[in-house]
Design a binder for this molecule. Sequence first.
Ligand code: SF4
Ligand code: SF4
Length: 138
Amino acid sequence: MSQDEWESLCDGCGRCCLHKLEDEDKGDLYYTNVACRLLDLKTCRCKHYPERETLVSDCICLKPSNMKDFHWLPPTCAYRLLNEGKELPKWHPLLSNNQESIHTSGISVRDFAIEEAEGLDLEDYIIDLPESDLTDID
Ligand code: SF4
Ligand code: SF4
């Protein structure tokens, strides 16, 4: 797979760019609706994608070589689906041929993500990601 093909798998949902909390004892992961400071909340794309790892120390660059670590990604993420041997859902832009479908389907974070701010307690912002996204991929 070429780099361009790899990049095109990203549906642009922005979910991986939400801050997450992990229960260190149980290993459970909790998503919040607080976005990384570099996420554009309208487009749900990174504002500085090429420099993301330099600008945000805990930004994780997804590569074919680290796919085994993709369990922390949302279950709708194309990279996680691919790693689990599942098909892309119909709202994925590669299938819909429409970049807006990720928003109109309710999968992207556009309607619920908020900007991060100093002093904000992430525990107050834990969310369940909308479940409508799961109906398509089982
Ligand atoms: S969760 Fe996956 S598909 Fe969605 S923006 Fe992140 S990498 Fe792309
Ligand atoms: S730096 Fe960019 S790609 Fe990385 S988490 Fe933040 S918004 Fe997402």
